[in-house]
Design a protein around this ligand. Structure first.
Ligand SMILES: Cc1cc2nc3c(=O)[nH]c(=O)nc-3n(C[C@H](O)[C@H](O)[C@H](O)COP(=O)(O)OP(=O)(O)OC[C@H]3O[C@@H](n4cnc5c(N)ncnc54)[C@H](O)[C@@H]3O)c2cc1C
Length: 502
Protein backbone atom coordinates (compact mmCIF):
# COMPACT_ATOMS: atom_id res chain seq x y z
CA UNK A 1 0.00 0.00 0.00
CA UNK A 2 1.37 3.42 -0.87
CA UNK A 3 0.91 6.88 0.64
CA UNK A 4 1.23 10.31 -0.90
CA UNK A 5 3.59 11.31 1.90
CA UNK A 6 5.67 9.22 4.29
CA UNK A 7 7.13 11.04 7.31
CA UNK A 8 9.98 9.40 9.25
CA UNK A 9 9.98 10.50 12.90
CA UNK A 10 7.01 11.66 14.99
CA UNK A 11 8.75 14.21 17.19
CA UNK A 12 8.24 17.93 17.62
CA UNK A 13 8.41 18.56 13.86
CA UNK A 14 6.97 15.28 12.53
CA UNK A 15 3.68 15.65 14.42
CA UNK A 16 3.24 19.21 13.10
CA UNK A 17 3.96 18.30 9.48
CA UNK A 18 1.71 15.20 9.62
CA UNK A 19 -1.12 17.20 11.12
CA UNK A 20 -0.86 20.06 8.63
CA UNK A 21 -0.44 17.89 5.52
CA UNK A 22 -3.39 15.68 6.46
CA UNK A 23 -5.68 18.73 6.56
CA UNK A 24 -6.21 18.07 2.85
CA UNK A 25 -8.45 14.95 2.85
CA UNK A 26 -7.20 13.99 -0.63
CA UNK A 27 -3.63 13.52 0.60
CA UNK A 28 -2.76 10.24 2.38
CA UNK A 29 -0.10 10.65 5.05
CA UNK A 30 1.85 7.99 6.97
CA UNK A 31 3.73 9.04 10.12
CA UNK A 32 6.34 6.50 11.26
CA UNK A 33 7.97 6.53 14.69
CA UNK A 34 10.69 4.28 16.12
CA UNK A 35 9.31 4.51 19.68
CA UNK A 36 5.84 3.62 20.99
CA UNK A 37 2.63 5.43 20.25
CA UNK A 38 0.05 6.20 22.96
CA UNK A 39 -2.98 7.16 20.86
CA UNK A 40 -5.30 7.17 23.87
CA UNK A 41 -4.35 10.13 26.13
CA UNK A 42 -5.41 8.12 29.20
CA UNK A 43 -2.66 5.56 28.40
CA UNK A 44 0.19 8.12 28.28
CA UNK A 45 2.67 7.32 31.12
CA UNK A 46 2.47 9.91 33.93
CA UNK A 47 6.09 11.09 33.55
CA UNK A 48 5.38 11.94 29.89
CA UNK A 49 2.61 14.25 31.07
CA UNK A 50 4.19 15.85 34.15
CA UNK A 51 6.28 19.02 33.82
CA UNK A 52 7.78 18.60 37.30
CA UNK A 53 10.79 17.16 35.49
CA UNK A 54 11.94 16.23 31.96
CA UNK A 55 11.21 12.53 31.32
CA UNK A 56 13.93 9.96 30.61
CA UNK A 57 11.94 6.72 30.36
CA UNK A 58 11.61 6.73 26.55
CA UNK A 59 15.09 7.45 25.33
CA UNK A 60 17.54 6.50 22.57
CA UNK A 61 20.35 6.23 25.15
CA UNK A 62 22.90 8.15 23.11
CA UNK A 63 26.19 9.30 24.57
CA UNK A 64 28.74 11.66 23.06
CA UNK A 65 32.23 10.92 21.89
CA UNK A 66 34.70 12.02 24.59
CA UNK A 67 34.00 15.70 25.18
CA UNK A 68 34.66 18.23 27.96
CA UNK A 69 38.17 16.89 28.62
CA UNK A 70 37.54 13.28 27.77
CA UNK A 71 34.13 12.79 29.41
CA UNK A 72 31.39 11.03 27.50
CA UNK A 73 28.11 12.91 28.01
CA UNK A 74 24.56 11.60 28.05
CA UNK A 75 22.63 13.03 25.10
CA UNK A 76 18.96 12.29 25.84
CA UNK A 77 16.51 12.09 22.90
CA UNK A 78 12.85 11.18 23.32
CA UNK A 79 11.87 7.93 21.60
CA UNK A 80 8.09 7.84 21.34
CA UNK A 81 5.37 9.62 19.40
CA UNK A 82 6.02 13.22 20.41
CA UNK A 83 9.82 12.79 20.49
CA UNK A 84 11.62 15.29 22.71
CA UNK A 85 8.47 17.42 22.60
CA UNK A 86 6.95 14.76 24.89
CA UNK A 87 9.91 14.59 27.29
CA UNK A 88 11.29 18.13 27.53
CA UNK A 89 11.05 20.87 30.16
CA UNK A 90 8.28 22.69 28.24
CA UNK A 91 10.19 25.98 28.04
CA UNK A 92 8.59 27.78 25.11
CA UNK A 93 11.00 30.48 23.93
CA UNK A 94 11.41 31.83 20.40
CA UNK A 95 14.90 33.34 20.46
CA UNK A 96 16.04 36.76 19.28
CA UNK A 97 14.91 38.51 16.10
CA UNK A 98 18.59 38.56 15.10
CA UNK A 99 18.61 34.74 15.03
CA UNK A 100 16.20 34.60 12.13
CA UNK A 101 17.79 37.51 10.31
CA UNK A 102 20.94 35.34 10.45
CA UNK A 103 18.95 32.41 9.04
CA UNK A 104 17.92 34.59 6.09
CA UNK A 105 21.57 34.70 5.01
CA UNK A 106 21.41 30.90 4.55
CA UNK A 107 17.81 30.34 3.53
CA UNK A 108 16.70 33.58 1.94
CA UNK A 109 14.38 36.37 3.09
CA UNK A 110 11.53 33.95 3.90
CA UNK A 111 13.44 33.03 7.07
CA UNK A 112 13.93 36.60 8.34
CA UNK A 113 12.21 37.42 11.66
CA UNK A 114 9.60 39.51 9.87
CA UNK A 115 8.67 36.56 7.65
CA UNK A 116 8.70 33.85 10.36
CA UNK A 117 6.74 35.90 12.90
CA UNK A 118 3.37 34.90 11.37
CA UNK A 119 4.36 31.23 11.88
CA UNK A 120 5.33 31.84 15.51
CA UNK A 121 1.92 33.43 15.93
CA UNK A 122 0.17 30.62 14.08
CA UNK A 123 1.54 27.86 16.32
CA UNK A 124 0.57 29.35 19.67
CA UNK A 125 -2.39 30.01 21.85
CA UNK A 126 -0.76 32.56 24.13
CA UNK A 127 -2.84 32.83 27.30
CA UNK A 128 -1.18 36.02 28.56
CA UNK A 129 -0.57 38.31 25.59
CA UNK A 130 -2.75 39.23 22.67
CA UNK A 131 -0.47 41.65 20.84
CA UNK A 132 1.05 41.97 17.39
CA UNK A 133 3.78 39.52 18.56
CA UNK A 134 1.44 36.79 19.72
CA UNK A 135 -1.13 34.35 18.45
CA UNK A 136 -4.42 33.18 19.93
CA UNK A 137 -6.16 29.92 19.04
CA UNK A 138 -3.11 28.04 17.67
CA UNK A 139 -2.51 24.39 18.62
CA UNK A 140 0.16 25.02 21.30
CA UNK A 141 -1.08 26.57 24.58
CA UNK A 142 1.57 28.86 26.10
CA UNK A 143 1.40 30.60 29.46
CA UNK A 144 3.63 32.12 32.11
CA UNK A 145 3.57 31.94 35.88
CA UNK A 146 2.70 35.32 37.32
CA UNK A 147 5.27 36.98 39.56
CA UNK A 148 3.22 36.26 42.68
CA UNK A 149 2.76 32.56 41.83
CA UNK A 150 6.12 30.90 41.17
CA UNK A 151 7.67 28.36 43.50
CA UNK A 152 9.92 29.96 46.15
CA UNK A 153 13.21 29.45 44.27
CA UNK A 154 11.84 31.12 41.17
CA UNK A 155 10.44 34.05 43.09
CA UNK A 156 13.77 34.41 44.90
CA UNK A 157 15.58 34.21 41.55
CA UNK A 158 13.57 37.11 40.14
CA UNK A 159 14.23 39.11 43.31
CA UNK A 160 17.94 38.22 43.06
CA UNK A 161 18.02 39.53 39.48
CA UNK A 162 16.41 42.77 40.68
CA UNK A 163 18.97 43.03 43.49
CA UNK A 164 21.76 42.56 40.94
CA UNK A 165 20.32 45.35 38.78
CA UNK A 166 19.04 43.32 35.82
CA UNK A 167 15.95 44.67 34.05
CA UNK A 168 12.55 42.98 34.42
CA UNK A 169 11.02 41.25 31.41
CA UNK A 170 7.32 40.49 31.37
CA UNK A 171 7.38 38.67 28.04
CA UNK A 172 10.52 36.76 27.08
CA UNK A 173 9.00 36.20 23.62
CA UNK A 174 8.66 39.89 22.77
CA UNK A 175 11.42 41.35 20.59
CA UNK A 176 14.49 42.71 22.43
CA UNK A 177 13.51 40.96 25.66
CA UNK A 178 16.72 41.00 27.68
CA UNK A 179 16.40 40.64 31.46
CA UNK A 180 14.66 38.47 34.03
CA UNK A 181 11.08 37.28 34.01
CA UNK A 182 8.68 34.36 33.99
CA UNK A 183 9.31 31.69 31.36
CA UNK A 184 6.64 30.94 28.81
CA UNK A 185 5.76 27.23 29.13
CA UNK A 186 3.75 24.98 26.82
CA UNK A 187 1.87 23.40 29.68
CA UNK A 188 -1.69 23.30 30.96
CA UNK A 189 -2.57 22.29 34.51
CA UNK A 190 0.89 20.76 35.02
CA UNK A 191 0.64 18.72 31.79
CA UNK A 192 3.32 19.11 29.13
CA UNK A 193 1.57 20.04 25.89
CA UNK A 194 3.67 18.14 23.35
CA UNK A 195 3.04 18.28 19.62
CA UNK A 196 1.62 14.74 20.04
CA UNK A 197 -1.04 15.93 22.50
CA UNK A 198 -1.81 19.08 20.51
CA UNK A 199 -1.12 19.01 16.76
CA UNK A 200 -1.25 15.26 16.27
CA UNK A 201 -4.35 14.83 18.42
CA UNK A 202 -6.13 17.19 16.00
CA UNK A 203 -4.91 15.14 13.02
CA UNK A 204 -5.49 11.63 14.36
CA UNK A 205 -9.23 11.84 13.80
CA UNK A 206 -8.68 12.10 10.02
CA UNK A 207 -8.96 8.85 8.03
CA UNK A 208 -6.21 9.97 5.63
CA UNK A 209 -3.58 10.09 8.44
CA UNK A 210 -2.01 6.84 9.67
CA UNK A 211 0.35 6.81 12.67
CA UNK A 212 2.60 3.78 13.26
CA UNK A 213 4.69 3.47 16.41
CA UNK A 214 7.52 0.93 16.86
CA UNK A 215 8.48 1.47 13.22
CA UNK A 216 12.09 2.55 12.81
CA UNK A 217 13.11 3.78 9.39
CA UNK A 218 16.35 2.25 8.19
CA UNK A 219 16.73 4.10 4.90
CA UNK A 220 14.99 5.90 2.08
CA UNK A 221 14.15 3.83 -1.00
CA UNK A 222 15.43 5.55 -4.11
CA UNK A 223 14.91 5.17 -7.85
CA UNK A 224 17.75 7.15 -9.32
CA UNK A 225 17.75 10.26 -7.17
CA UNK A 226 14.03 10.18 -6.51
CA UNK A 227 12.62 9.07 -3.14
CA UNK A 228 9.89 6.46 -3.58
CA UNK A 229 9.40 5.29 0.00
CA UNK A 230 11.25 3.90 2.99
CA UNK A 231 12.53 0.59 4.30
CA UNK A 232 11.97 -0.26 7.95
CA UNK A 233 14.72 -1.57 10.19
CA UNK A 234 14.33 -5.10 11.54
CA UNK A 235 11.49 -6.43 9.40
CA UNK A 236 12.88 -4.89 6.18
CA UNK A 237 9.29 -3.94 5.26
CA UNK A 238 9.18 -1.62 2.26
CA UNK A 239 6.64 1.19 2.19
CA UNK A 240 5.91 3.30 -0.89
CA UNK A 241 5.49 7.04 -0.71
CA UNK A 242 5.09 9.76 -3.33
CA UNK A 243 7.29 12.00 -1.18
CA UNK A 244 9.44 11.25 1.86
CA UNK A 245 9.95 13.75 4.68
CA UNK A 246 12.62 13.01 7.28
CA UNK A 247 11.80 14.37 10.74
CA UNK A 248 14.04 12.12 12.84
CA UNK A 249 15.72 15.06 14.58
CA UNK A 250 19.33 16.26 14.66
CA UNK A 251 20.71 12.80 15.38
CA UNK A 252 18.09 10.74 13.48
CA UNK A 253 17.73 12.47 10.11
CA UNK A 254 21.41 12.62 9.05
CA UNK A 255 21.73 8.95 10.05
CA UNK A 256 18.85 7.96 7.74
CA UNK A 257 20.36 10.04 4.92
CA UNK A 258 23.77 8.42 5.32
CA UNK A 259 22.34 4.89 5.45
CA UNK A 260 20.54 5.80 2.20
CA UNK A 261 23.82 6.72 0.50
CA UNK A 262 23.41 10.50 0.85
CA UNK A 263 26.31 12.11 2.68
CA UNK A 264 30.05 12.77 2.55
CA UNK A 265 31.42 10.30 -0.05
CA UNK A 266 34.55 9.52 1.92
CA UNK A 267 32.53 8.68 5.07
CA UNK A 268 30.01 6.56 3.15
CA UNK A 269 32.95 4.50 1.84
CA UNK A 270 34.25 3.84 5.36
CA UNK A 271 30.87 2.42 6.45
CA UNK A 272 30.40 0.45 3.22
CA UNK A 273 27.36 2.32 1.88
CA UNK A 274 27.08 2.81 -1.88
CA UNK A 275 27.05 6.53 -2.66
CA UNK A 276 23.87 7.98 -4.21
CA UNK A 277 24.67 11.65 -3.64
CA UNK A 278 27.89 13.14 -2.31
CA UNK A 279 26.57 15.73 0.17
CA UNK A 280 29.47 16.79 2.32
CA UNK A 281 27.34 18.71 4.85
CA UNK A 282 25.37 15.71 6.15
CA UNK A 283 26.24 15.27 9.84
CA UNK A 284 28.35 18.44 9.98
CA UNK A 285 27.50 21.93 11.34
CA UNK A 286 26.29 20.36 14.61
CA UNK A 287 25.76 23.03 17.25
CA UNK A 288 24.44 22.72 20.78
CA UNK A 289 24.16 24.86 23.91
CA UNK A 290 26.59 23.76 26.63
CA UNK A 291 25.23 23.97 30.18
CA UNK A 292 26.61 24.02 33.71
CA UNK A 293 24.49 23.49 36.80
CA UNK A 294 25.56 25.13 40.08
CA UNK A 295 24.05 22.92 42.80
CA UNK A 296 22.84 24.09 46.20
CA UNK A 297 21.56 22.21 49.22
CA UNK A 298 18.00 23.41 49.68
CA UNK A 299 15.89 23.89 52.71
CA UNK A 300 12.87 21.49 52.39
CA UNK A 301 9.95 21.20 51.68
CA UNK A 302 10.04 20.08 48.04
CA UNK A 303 7.10 21.67 46.21
CA UNK A 304 5.36 20.06 43.23
CA UNK A 305 6.30 22.76 40.76
CA UNK A 306 7.35 22.86 37.11
CA UNK A 307 11.08 22.22 36.72
CA UNK A 308 11.62 25.64 35.10
CA UNK A 309 9.58 28.79 35.66
CA UNK A 310 11.87 31.82 35.39
CA UNK A 311 14.98 32.86 33.45
CA UNK A 312 17.43 35.68 32.92
CA UNK A 313 18.61 36.33 29.39
CA UNK A 314 21.62 38.56 28.86
CA UNK A 315 23.95 40.00 26.28
CA UNK A 316 27.62 39.37 27.12
CA UNK A 317 28.39 42.56 25.21
CA UNK A 318 26.13 45.48 24.35
CA UNK A 319 27.27 45.21 20.72
CA UNK A 320 25.57 41.80 20.38
CA UNK A 321 22.38 41.98 18.32
CA UNK A 322 20.59 39.61 20.71
CA UNK A 323 21.02 37.73 23.96
CA UNK A 324 23.79 35.12 24.22
CA UNK A 325 23.62 34.04 27.87
CA UNK A 326 20.78 32.31 29.70
CA UNK A 327 20.63 31.69 33.45
CA UNK A 328 17.73 29.90 35.12
CA UNK A 329 17.02 28.01 38.35
CA UNK A 330 15.36 24.65 38.76
CA UNK A 331 12.65 24.14 41.34
CA UNK A 332 13.72 22.44 44.56
CA UNK A 333 14.16 18.73 43.84
CA UNK A 334 14.34 15.77 46.21
CA UNK A 335 17.67 13.96 46.27
CA UNK A 336 19.49 11.43 48.44
CA UNK A 337 21.53 12.21 51.54
CA UNK A 338 24.75 11.42 49.64
CA UNK A 339 24.06 14.29 47.25
CA UNK A 340 22.69 16.87 49.66
CA UNK A 341 22.68 16.85 53.48
CA UNK A 342 19.15 18.27 53.43
CA UNK A 343 17.96 15.60 50.92
CA UNK A 344 16.81 18.45 48.69
CA UNK A 345 18.67 20.63 46.23
CA UNK A 346 18.14 23.26 43.60
CA UNK A 347 20.27 24.10 40.62
CA UNK A 348 21.13 27.41 39.00
CA UNK A 349 21.97 26.70 35.36
CA UNK A 350 24.14 28.82 33.09
CA UNK A 351 24.41 28.41 29.34
CA UNK A 352 25.83 30.25 26.35
CA UNK A 353 23.09 30.32 23.76
CA UNK A 354 25.02 31.61 20.72
CA UNK A 355 28.02 29.25 20.71
CA UNK A 356 30.30 29.30 17.67
CA UNK A 357 31.75 25.81 18.19
CA UNK A 358 30.59 23.07 15.85
CA UNK A 359 30.69 19.29 16.07
CA UNK A 360 29.90 16.39 13.78
CA UNK A 361 27.77 13.26 13.62
CA UNK A 362 29.05 10.21 11.75
CA UNK A 363 28.01 6.55 11.70
CA UNK A 364 29.77 3.54 13.17
CA UNK A 365 28.22 1.34 10.51
CA UNK A 366 25.24 1.11 8.18
CA UNK A 367 23.41 -1.00 10.78
CA UNK A 368 20.45 1.08 12.07
CA UNK A 369 20.76 -0.53 15.50
CA UNK A 370 24.26 0.99 15.94
CA UNK A 371 24.13 4.37 17.72
CA UNK A 372 25.74 7.21 15.74
CA UNK A 373 29.06 8.72 16.78
CA UNK A 374 28.22 12.18 18.09
CA UNK A 375 30.97 14.70 18.70
CA UNK A 376 29.25 17.87 19.99
CA UNK A 377 32.47 19.89 19.58
CA UNK A 378 31.83 22.08 22.65
CA UNK A 379 34.41 24.84 23.13
CA UNK A 380 36.32 24.07 19.95
CA UNK A 381 35.88 27.74 19.03
CA UNK A 382 38.10 29.85 21.32
CA UNK A 383 35.37 32.50 21.77
CA UNK A 384 33.02 30.14 23.63
CA UNK A 385 34.89 29.35 26.85
CA UNK A 386 35.38 32.99 27.99
CA UNK A 387 31.67 33.60 27.39
CA UNK A 388 30.74 30.45 29.36
CA UNK A 389 33.01 31.49 32.25
CA UNK A 390 31.29 34.89 32.25
CA UNK A 391 27.85 33.19 32.32
CA UNK A 392 28.82 30.89 35.20
CA UNK A 393 30.34 33.74 37.19
CA UNK A 394 27.17 35.81 36.77
CA UNK A 395 25.03 32.85 37.87
CA UNK A 396 27.22 32.37 40.94
CA UNK A 397 26.98 36.04 41.87
CA UNK A 398 23.20 35.81 41.65
CA UNK A 399 23.19 32.80 43.96
CA UNK A 400 24.98 34.91 46.59
CA UNK A 401 22.35 37.65 46.66
CA UNK A 402 20.32 37.96 49.81
CA UNK A 403 17.18 36.65 48.11
CA UNK A 404 18.66 33.40 46.80
CA UNK A 405 21.14 32.68 49.57
CA UNK A 406 18.22 32.61 52.04
CA UNK A 407 17.01 29.42 50.34
CA UNK A 408 20.40 27.77 50.14
CA UNK A 409 22.00 25.59 52.79
CA UNK A 410 25.34 25.78 50.97
CA UNK A 411 26.84 25.46 47.51
CA UNK A 412 27.41 21.79 46.66
CA UNK A 413 28.92 22.34 43.20
CA UNK A 414 31.44 23.73 42.37
CA UNK A 415 31.64 24.21 46.15
CA UNK A 416 33.09 26.78 48.51
CA UNK A 417 36.72 25.77 47.75
CA UNK A 418 36.37 26.91 44.15
CA UNK A 419 37.04 30.61 43.52
CA UNK A 420 35.55 32.80 40.79
CA UNK A 421 38.86 32.98 38.91
CA UNK A 422 38.81 32.14 35.20
CA UNK A 423 40.91 29.02 35.73
CA UNK A 424 38.77 27.66 38.60
CA UNK A 425 35.53 28.25 36.73
CA UNK A 426 36.93 26.75 33.52
CA UNK A 427 37.94 23.63 35.47
CA UNK A 428 34.42 23.43 37.00
CA UNK A 429 32.86 23.72 33.52
CA UNK A 430 35.07 21.03 32.05
CA UNK A 431 34.48 18.71 35.01
CA UNK A 432 30.66 18.85 35.10
CA UNK A 433 29.47 20.64 31.94
CA UNK A 434 26.68 18.93 30.04
CA UNK A 435 24.29 19.44 27.14
CA UNK A 436 21.31 21.79 27.31
CA UNK A 437 19.66 19.36 24.82
CA UNK A 438 19.44 21.78 21.91
CA UNK A 439 21.46 20.08 19.17
CA UNK A 440 20.76 21.44 15.68
CA UNK A 441 22.29 21.79 12.23
CA UNK A 442 23.35 18.33 10.94
CA UNK A 443 21.29 18.76 7.73
CA UNK A 444 21.51 22.50 7.63
CA UNK A 445 19.81 24.60 5.01
CA UNK A 446 21.68 26.66 2.47
CA UNK A 447 21.77 27.57 -1.18
CA UNK A 448 23.05 25.24 -3.93
CA UNK A 449 26.78 25.87 -4.19
CA UNK A 450 27.17 26.16 -0.39
CA UNK A 451 29.18 22.95 0.08
CA UNK A 452 27.95 22.41 3.66
CA UNK A 453 24.26 22.85 2.78
CA UNK A 454 22.10 19.71 2.87
CA UNK A 455 18.61 21.10 2.17
CA UNK A 456 17.41 24.15 0.31
CA UNK A 457 15.39 26.89 1.98
CA UNK A 458 12.19 24.80 1.70
CA UNK A 459 13.67 21.64 3.21
CA UNK A 460 14.31 19.75 -0.08
CA UNK A 461 17.52 17.70 -0.04
CA UNK A 462 19.97 19.09 -2.59
CA UNK A 463 20.43 16.85 -5.61
CA UNK A 464 17.43 14.69 -4.68
CA UNK A 465 13.86 14.59 -5.85
CA UNK A 466 10.82 14.25 -3.55
CA UNK A 467 13.04 13.99 -0.46
CA UNK A 468 12.82 16.56 2.35
CA UNK A 469 14.13 17.11 5.88
CA UNK A 470 12.06 19.14 8.35
CA UNK A 471 13.28 19.24 11.96
CA UNK A 472 15.98 20.82 14.14
CA UNK A 473 18.69 19.41 11.90
CA UNK A 474 17.95 21.99 9.17
CA UNK A 475 18.64 25.01 11.41
CA UNK A 476 21.50 26.94 9.79
CA UNK A 477 22.43 28.67 13.06
CA UNK A 478 21.42 27.82 16.62
CA UNK A 479 18.87 30.29 18.02
CA UNK A 480 19.45 32.05 21.35
CA UNK A 481 16.67 29.98 22.88
CA UNK A 482 15.50 26.52 23.73
CA UNK A 483 14.80 24.88 20.40
CA UNK A 484 11.30 23.36 20.70
CA UNK A 485 9.24 26.37 19.61
CA UNK A 486 11.76 27.27 16.83
CA UNK A 487 11.36 23.67 15.55
CA UNK A 488 7.58 23.97 15.53
CA UNK A 489 7.84 27.30 13.70
CA UNK A 490 10.17 25.67 11.14
CA UNK A 491 7.74 22.76 10.69
CA UNK A 492 4.80 25.15 10.22
CA UNK A 493 6.85 27.23 7.74
CA UNK A 494 7.90 24.18 5.69
CA UNK A 495 4.48 22.48 5.91
CA UNK A 496 2.92 25.53 4.24
CA UNK A 497 5.33 25.07 1.29
CA UNK A 498 5.01 21.29 1.25
CA UNK A 499 1.22 21.54 1.08
CA UNK A 500 1.71 23.12 -2.35
CA UNK A 501 4.16 20.49 -3.65
CA UNK A 502 3.60 17.02 -2.17
C1 LIG B 1 15.63 16.33 28.15
C2 LIG B 1 15.29 17.42 27.15
C3 LIG B 1 14.75 18.61 27.61
C4 LIG B 1 14.46 19.63 26.70
N1 LIG B 1 13.84 20.75 27.15
C5 LIG B 1 13.44 21.69 26.26
C6 LIG B 1 12.65 22.78 26.68
O1 LIG B 1 12.25 22.88 27.84
N2 LIG B 1 12.30 23.73 25.75
C7 LIG B 1 12.73 23.64 24.46
O2 LIG B 1 12.45 24.55 23.67
N3 LIG B 1 13.45 22.58 24.02
C8 LIG B 1 13.78 21.59 24.89
N4 LIG B 1 14.43 20.49 24.43
C9 LIG B 1 14.77 20.41 22.99
C10 LIG B 1 13.56 20.17 22.08
O3 LIG B 1 12.63 19.32 22.68
C11 LIG B 1 14.07 19.65 20.75
O4 LIG B 1 14.91 20.63 20.15
C12 LIG B 1 12.95 19.34 19.76
O5 LIG B 1 12.03 18.44 20.28
C13 LIG B 1 13.56 18.77 18.49
O6 LIG B 1 12.53 18.48 17.59
P1 LIG B 1 12.77 17.48 16.37
O7 LIG B 1 11.48 17.29 15.71
O8 LIG B 1 13.92 17.98 15.59
O9 LIG B 1 13.29 16.12 17.04
P2 LIG B 1 12.59 15.18 18.11
O10 LIG B 1 11.57 15.91 18.89
O11 LIG B 1 13.71 14.53 18.84
O12 LIG B 1 11.83 14.11 17.21
C14 LIG B 1 12.49 13.14 16.41
C15 LIG B 1 11.61 11.90 16.40
O13 LIG B 1 12.06 11.03 15.38
C16 LIG B 1 12.12 9.72 15.89
N5 LIG B 1 13.11 9.00 15.09
C17 LIG B 1 14.44 9.22 15.04
N6 LIG B 1 15.02 8.39 14.15
C18 LIG B 1 14.02 7.63 13.63
C19 LIG B 1 13.99 6.60 12.67
N7 LIG B 1 15.09 6.16 12.07
N8 LIG B 1 12.79 6.04 12.36
C20 LIG B 1 11.64 6.47 12.96
N9 LIG B 1 11.63 7.45 13.91
C21 LIG B 1 12.81 8.02 14.22
C22 LIG B 1 12.48 9.91 17.35
O14 LIG B 1 12.18 8.78 18.13
C23 LIG B 1 11.66 11.13 17.70
O15 LIG B 1 10.37 10.78 18.10
C24 LIG B 1 14.73 19.45 25.31
C25 LIG B 1 15.26 18.24 24.86
C26 LIG B 1 15.54 17.23 25.75
C27 LIG B 1 16.10 15.92 25.25
Amino acid sequence: MGYDVVIAGAGAAGCVVASRLSEDPKRSVLLLEAGPDYPDPTMVPPEILSIVSPAHTHDWGYTSEPSFHGRSLRLPRGKLVGGCSATNAAIALRGAEADYDEWAAFGGPEWSFREVLPFFRLLEDDRDFDTEWHGRGGPLPIGRTRFEDPAPVHRAFLEACREAGYPRVVDHNAPAAVGAGPLPLNALGGVRQSTALTYLARGRVRPNLTVRGDAMVDRVRLVGNRAVGVRLAGSGEEISGGSVILAGGTYGSPAILMRSGIGPAEHLRTIGVAEREDLDGVGRSLRDHPLLGLRFAAVPPVPQAPFAQTALSLKSSQENPGQDIQIFPSSVLATDAGKSPTMAHFIVFASIVKPLSTGRLTLRSADPSDAPLINPGYFTDPADMPCMIDAVRKARLLSRTLSLSRLSAGELYPGPGVTDSDSDLQAAILAKGETYHHAVGTCRMGFAGDHRAVVDSKGKVHGMDRLYVVDASVFPIIPAANTHVPVIMTAERCAAWLAETV
